[in-house]
Design a binder for this molecule. Structure first.
Ligand SMILES: Cc1cc2nc3c(=O)[nH]c(=O)nc-3n(C[C@H](O)[C@H](O)[C@H](O)COP(=O)(O)OP(=O)(O)OC[C@H]3O[C@@H](n4cnc5c(N)ncnc54)[C@H](O)[C@@H]3O)c2cc1C
Length: 491
């Protein structure tokens, strides 16, 4: 398993290629290990689709969002419902094969696909049920954020969700969930009322404040370590449907002054306001004037989760600062705003990312950020700095397994290329940038980890929570059946 993760994590092409070749050879051996009689038995009752290497859709289904990940599972089990999930868990256990769990397929290090094992693909499980009266929504494990927002916004409701519509609800929620509504309403996990989970034994259990509360605690940040969540129930809040939102751009040379102004202005802002700073070369998108394309810019994207006129007032001082070159912050449908970053993070590009939280945007942190922004080569590379605080920080640390609620900002240092070309250089830039920030690191969001080793997973949770999660792991998955994840081994 270590080898597989090593491939995805550092994307080191030469070493990774050699390793992949080895794994492919082993994969053939693993194929042979698939018990054909057991497979036929599984096939007879399976309601979804079992995709093997000879199937014409195999390549389509083994691909994940990050194009730098290229793995060859022995079997992809595309589950249609809970019964399929239970059946394939029992099958995999008997076969002794590793399993990778796939929700939306957006794990940065590609943890939702494996070489030689079984991918339990929850993608076809798309059920969503909104109760507008109770302001709750149930979503199955294959739902993507754009799909959930579409259903909840039909009633002017929403829950804190990811900022790219094609990201999976499942993986994002289980790590914590940050998004435009977090400062007003809290993390995605803070909206959870309950979950259904298939255990490593293939049993269905419930987790909520009243049923298996320890498991409920661990699932709110502990990722895929305890089993396969087949359905989530979320609390919803009135949002929009029109919100005051969007990005405002300045030339990158204004970033040192702008970010110092932003620091003071955003610290005073009400919880309704959530912002993300992005530094990059301006993308050649239709709403960006041609003369800006490829020019280094800094932008502050805003979303005001409250009345539009209030939002306009709150954002006004930012708009007035140092003559922006482009201002797209205006009233718009929440679902349109939610799709704003889709074009900047499409499937199949090559991505390498390192992340960290910082307590504040000190002068030194700002200077490091701007220095590295000026070094960006790839026209695709972008690094968001998320504003935290507000309702995120008001939930006590011990309430959930998620760690780092007190952080001020999260850096998402993402190197991006369209193909392998130039990828090494971007990865190098990411690592240098991340290292330069090291003296300022506080915590790290587990969903923004690459494959950085056991020590880093422990760091992400902090020792106390890690020990508690490990005890829970011993209870729910003592054999570490679910280990292709940001793993918390039982011992
Ligand atoms: C383009 C992009 C945008 C993002 N935006 C945000 C954002 O706005 N906010 C944020 O918080 N994060 C964001 N992330 C990070 C995101 O939370 C993680 O990448 C997350 O793992 C994605 O979930 P997924 O279901 O798509 O991933 P997958 O790759 O399918 O799953 C990732 C891991 O989650 C676990 N998992 C998935 N489904 C289940 C399940 N049903 N039961 C148990 N375990 C499961 C497994 O361990 C799996 O390996 C973003 C990532 C990308 C690539």
């Amino acid at each position: 398993m270590m080898g597989e993760n090593a491939v995805s994590s550092n994307g080191d092409t030469t070493a990774a290629e050699a390793l992949r070749r080895d794994i492919r050879v082993n994969t053939n051996a693993t194929e042979a290990k698939l018990d054909q009689a057991a497979l036929r038995e599984l096939e007879e009752s399976f309601r979804g689709q079992l995709v093997r290497r000879e199937n014409p859709t195999y390549d389509e289904h083994r691909r994940v969002w990050n194009g730098s990940i290229d793995r060859f599972p022995a079997l992809i089990a595309r589950c249609a419902g809970v019964a399929d999930v239970i059946a394939v868990v029992r099958f995999a256990r008997k076969a002794g094969l590793p399993v990778a769990i796939r929700g939306g397929g957006h794990s940065f290090p590609g943890l939702s696909v494996c070489d030689g094992g079984i991918v339990i693909d929850l993608g076809p499980m798309k059920g969503i049920r909104v109760d507008p009266e109770a302001r709750t929504a149930r979503a199955q494990a294959g739902v993507l954020w754009g799909e959930l927002d579409r259903e909840t916004q039909a009633f002017g409701l929403a829950t804190t969700g990811g900022i790219v519509t094609h990201t999976g609800v499942a993986g994002l929620t289980l790590g914590g969930g940050i998004g435009w509504l977090q400062r007003k309403h809290g993390l995605t996990i803070d909206q959870l009322l309950g979950m259904d989970l298939v255990t490593a034994e293939g049993d269905l259990v419930k987790a909520s404040e009243s049923e298996n509360p320890d498991l409920f605690w661990g699932l709110r940040g502990g990722g895929g370590n305890f089993g396969i969540v087949t359905e989530f129930e979320f609390r919803l809040h009135p949002v929009g449907p029109i919100v005051f939102a969007g990005p405002i751009f300045w030339p990158l040379e204004k970033a040192p002054d702008l970010l110092r102004f932003y620091r003071e202005w955003s610290a005073e802002a009400p919880d309704e306001l959530m912002t993300i700073v992005v530094q990059r070369k301006a993308p050649p998108l239709s709403f960006v004037p041609a003369e800006l394309h490829g020019k280094p810019v800094v932008s502050v994207a805003c979303c005001y989760a409250g009345p539009v006129d209030e939002g306009e007032k709150v954002v006004r001082p930012l708009k007035a600062f140092a003559s922006p070159v482009l201002d797209l912050c205006e009233p718009k449908p929440y679902v349109v705003h939610q799709a704003m970053f889709d074009a900047s993070f499409p499937h199949d590009w090559w991505y390498y990312m390192r992340a960290c939280d910082v307590a504040e945007l000190s002068d030194e942190v700002i200077d490091i950020a701007v220095e590295h922004a000026l070094q960006i080569r790839s026209p695709l590379t972008a690094f968001p700095i998320w504003q935290l605080g507000g309702a995120v920080a008001r939930v006590a640390e011990e309430e959930t397994a998620f760690n780092g609620r007190g952080a001020g900002h999260t850096f998402n240092i993402t190197g991006m290329t369209a193909t392998v070309e130039g990828f090494d250089a971007e990865r190098e830039w990411v690592r240098n940038f991340w290292s330069a920030l090291e003296p300022h690191h506080t915590s790290v969001y587990v969903n923004f980890l690459m494959d950085e080793g056991q020590g880093r997973v422990r760091e992400a949770y902090g020792s106390e929570k890690y020990d508690r999660l490990q005890a829970l792991k011993r209870q729910y998955d003592p054999d570490n059946f679910f280990r292709l994840n940001q793993n918390i081994p039982p011992n």
